[in-house]
Design a protein around this ligand. Structure first.
Ligand code: AMP
Ligand code: GLY
Length: 424
């Protein structure tokens, strides 16, 4: 079949890499893609949220399935757009319906869902500009640090963790009244702070059945030792060594099952990935967020460990037959290190020539922010490429990633040199 993949990051290159290995994939289009996807598929330079242009492409190329990488098209309702269009309604879209995507699009929606289905989550309340003083009173009832979350999508920047009460009140006013994150912070969720180790759980569901994918840990901060600004993610390791069977069992029975049952009880159509952000507090997993897509760079370590045909898995998702599939997982570890542009996550330059790609051995290069120009691969974003390796353990894998990174260069290239060190 002919498949369309939406997105342009390392996550999408990893999906494309895996899908093009499937005998079920005759042709793959990527919208808009990057230099990595260009080498294995056909990039089409349209926006993943331009639904009219996507429709025209789908009809012209007789596309049989659409796989959505990032959250934006999902939150804007691409699933419903296909479902409600006579010419598109039989073409499966891998991703939740618009209301399902609210689990990521609105923190308040997610909190209400969690409470309604008795899924463990931090205590909270939400406030608007009209109730900002009540919000300040609520902060007084909590212990420091204070967790303030913009309700809407804020490009991963909408969560503030503040130690000082006066400062927390001031930031609450900035968010609600000063529109610090624009429309996204017209509502703010204030949440109890959870002290523990973070981990992520990735699930693929057809709305009834589900498969839990390998665990992965991501490194969010720009600086070594988890310092500095938050980024989209600077590296990842799979599996996460400290997640044992007992913890996984708790996550499945207390969180994954009630989440999928919650979709059914609430009549939420959901055929896609659920990325559950958790904090493990004294061996009790507690949900801090839902994302309605795979993580990036977690995908660059999870997908390489998947032995099962990804297209087969997506078709089973579309046909509500995930129960008929047995996941096969590579027992090796996988690690990835993200090469980023100097200055990221703040200001950075693009258009730098990336050299040394031909010298890579024994690692997989997943492109993120790259483009092809006159045959040369140029940087085209903050996160430029993820270098993924396998090993018998994560130490062996990470060593290979760093050996290969030494062969790569571009002007002002930056990366974290301590991925995995906290797991030793
Ligand atoms: P989120 O976008 O909800 O994942 O939040 C971003 C980051 O803020 C998370 O990755 C956590 O590190 C942190 N965080 C969010 N909620 C809490 C909480 N209730 N307690 C402690 N840390 C949190
Ligand atoms: N790496 C975190 C995310 O994709 O949201």
């Amino acid at each position: 079949m002919t498949i369309l993949l939406l997105g342009s990051g390392g996550r999408e290159h990893a999906f494309a890499w895996k899908m093009t290995q499937s005998p079920l994939c005759d042709q793959l289009f990527v919208v808009p893609g990057n230099a990595g996807t260009a080498a294995i598929a056909t990039n089409i330079n349209i926006s993943p949220t331009d639904f009219e242009a996507i429709k025209a492409l789908v009809l012209k190329e007789k596309i049989g399935m659409v796989v959505v990488g990032p959250e934006d098209p999902l939150v804007k309702g691409i699933f419903d757009y296909f479902k409600n269009d006579d010419q598109l309604k039989d073409i499966p879209v891998i991703g939740p319906s618009k209301v399902g995507a609210q689990l990521e699009g609105s923190k308040e929606f997610a909190k209400e869902f969690l409470m309604r289905h008795n899924i463990p989550t931090a205590a909270y309340d939400s406030f608007t500009a009209e109730t900002v003083e009540k919000g300040c009173d609520f902060l007084e009832t909590l212990k420091a640090p204070y967790v303030l979350k913009a309700d809407g999508l804020a490009a991963g920047k909408g969560v503030l963790i503040i130690h000082d009460l006066a400062e927390a009140k001031e930031e609450l006013r900035n968010m609600l009244v000063g529109q610090k994150f624009g429309e996204a912070s017209s509502k703010v969720v204030i949440e109890e702070f959870l002290d523990g180790i973070e981990l992520s759980c990735f699930v693929l569901t057809d709305g009834k059945n589900y498969k839990i994918l390998p665990t992965a840990k991501d490194y969010k901060r720009i600086g070594e030792g988890d310092t500095g600004l938050n980024t989209g993610g600077m590296g990842a390791v799979s599996p996460v060594p400290y997640v044992d069977a007992v913890l996984m069992e708790k996550i499945e029975t207390r969180i994954v099952k009630p989440t999928i049952e919650g979709f059914q009880k609430d009549g939420i159509e959901y055929k896609g990935f659920v990325f559950i952000g958790l904090i493990n507090v004294n061996n009790e997993p507690i949900v801090i967020e839902y994302n309605v897509r795979m993580g990036d760079p977690e995908t660059e370590v999870v997908i390489p460990r998947l032995k099962t045909d990804l297209v087969e898995l997506f078709l089973a998702t579309a046909n509500e037959k995930l129960d008929e599939i047995t996941l096969e997982i590579d027992s090796r570890s996988a690690t990835t290190v993200m090469l980023v542009s100097g200055g990221y996550p703040e200001n950075f330059e693009k258009g730098k020539v990336i050299s040394g790609l031909e010298n890579i051995t024994d690692s997989i290069v997943f492109h993120a922010g790259t483009k092809l120009e006159d045959g040369a691969v140029l940087s085209n974003g903050g996160r430029v490429m993820a270098i993924t390796s396998y090993g018998n353990d994560f130490q062996e894998a990470i060593k290979k990633s760093y050996q290969n990174i030494a062969k790569l260069s571009f002007d002002k290239m930056n990366f974290r040199k301590d991925i995995g060190n906290d797991l030793l």
